[in-house]
Design a protein around this ligand. Structure first.
Ligand code: C6P
Length: 414
């Protein structure tokens, strides 16, 4: 197996780029430019090798077998939990629940915490820039409990209106669930302040970290949030896996969300008692390989250093914004002072999907559409945007190719 990238004071991102085989291929006759990292990031060879090794030599079911191979798999699975706890600076490894991703984590909290704690007239505060994964589960629970959804508005520059948020908070607020970095606008929200205000009002908080965990150092205890959720596939790990961080006392008071093997203590037809946290929330055979893959991805990112990653990506985003600004007719959607990874834009006379198709023909992968965030599209009165999303393994040449690609596409519409 290849060695995990070694931490050095000046990180060589050109060398790091070589560790992503997928980037070194042609697409439609052109070298691939991958600028769709907010949808899913790419996997370095270290993580792919680790997954391969697990499947070849280590695979067995966890928490069940007396035999050595099963114990080995269990040890690796539980070591992944510990690794993730340390990576996000959670207080206790049992606060880390393995789920199938951000969407699953939010559904778990909405159904388990929401169904037990919300009643008629209670309020859940979301923001106008939420991904559908942080809207629909709350709506479904609100329909069943009589809770009401309130929405923090977004300003013209794509920032949250914090004064409006303060006015929405009330003794009826039971939950404040907010996106950390917007997948549609790139805005970095002031989650520490949002959490502190929610707590003053007696509410519980959930932060959707799907777009923040890949781009910056996350310190759960510093943010102070009660729940924080993210997906493995956006941080160089495998798909179908994710994390729910939950404050221990809250998790311990929550009923299970799914029933089945491993989440029980004793089962009879008369009565079932449940396992302790975190196992209470991990019914059935879990994504063992994925947890080990994410653990390797965490080692990989940590070896580079999240601060170095953030600095590199900020430079690239600033360069992209500067170069895109020079294109006639291009209008940004989302121009927050603090932004990360994502640059979203529109042209009045070119539909985003036409632009995306022409870029794809030149080997340039971007996302076009509403980005599973229809309310924020409506807020800016656009049906769709073109979104370029950057990772640390991108480079200036990728941005230059994007600019050339857009200029080429424009020539068809002029
Ligand atoms: N956003 C994008 O292209 P899952 O699908 O469960 O891994 O993640 C859902 C999700 C939740 N919150 C935010 C902020 C997200 O960005 C995403 C996924 C992808 O923007 C796919 S829609």
């Amino acid at each position: 197996m290849q060695e995990t990238a070694t931490k050095i004071s000046a990180v060589d991102f050109d060398e790091i780029r070589k560790e992503f085989p997928v980037l070194h291929q042609e697409m439609n006759g052109h070298p691939l430019v991958y600028l769709d990292n907010a949808a899913s990031s790419q996997m370095p060879v270290q993580v792919a090798d680790r997954l391969d090794y697990y499947h070849r030599f280590e695979h067995s079911n966890v928490h069940r077998g007396i035999h050595t191979l099963s114990q080995r798999a269990t040890d690796s699975y539980e070591a992944a939990r510990k690794k993730i706890q340390v990576f996000i600076n959670a207080a206790d490894e049992n606060e880390i629940i393995f789920t199938s991703g951000t969407t699953d984590s939010i559904n778990l909290v909405a159904n388990s915490y929401g169904m037990t704690n919300f009643s008629e007239g209670d309020e859940v505060i979301l923001t106008e820039m939420e991904h559908h994964a942080n809207i629909v589960p709350w709506q479904m629970v609100a329909q069943k409990t009589g809770a009401i959804i309130k929405v923090i508005p977004v300003t013209d520059s794509g920032e949250l209106d914090i004064e409006a948020y303060k006015k929405l908070l009330s003794p009826r607020t039971k939950m404040v669930s907010v996106i950390h970095i917007s997948n549609a606008l790139g805005t970095i929200n002031p989650v520490k302040e949002i959490v502190a205000l929610a707590h003053e009002a007696g509410a519980v908080t959930l932060i959707d970290g799907a777009q923040s965990i890949p781009h910056q150092n996350i310190d759960i205890q510093d943010i102070g949030t009660d729940f924080y959720v993210f997906s493995s596939h956006k941080m160089c790990g495998p798909t179908g896996f994710g994390i729910l961080y939950g404050r221990k006392d809250l998790l311990e008071a929550m009923p299970p969300y799914r029933g089945g093997g491993d989440m029980i203590d004793k089962v009879s037809f008369e009565e079932t008692t449940y396992n302790v946290v975190p196992f209470r929330f991990e019914a059935g055979t879990p994504p063992i390989a994925a947890s080990i893959g994410l653990s390797e991805a965490v080692d990989y990112l940590s070896a580079i250093g999240m601060d170095a990653i953030e600095t590199q990506e900020t430079k690239l985003v600033e360069y992209a914004v500067q170069e895109l600004s020079a294109i006639n007719g291009l209008r940004f959607i989302g121009e927050a002072k603090k932004r990360a990874s994502v640059v979203s834009f529109v042209f009045d006379h070119i539909h985003a999907s036409d632009l995306g198709t022409i870029l794809d023909k030149q080997g340039i992968a971007v996302r076009t559409g509403h980005h599973c965030a229809q309310p924020i599209m409506r807020r800016f009165n656009v049906p769709a945007t073109t979104r370029a999303s950057i990772a640390f393994y991108n480079n200036k040449e990728d941005v230059d190719r994007l600019i050339e690609g857009i200029n080429y596409a424009k020539s068809f519409f002029e």
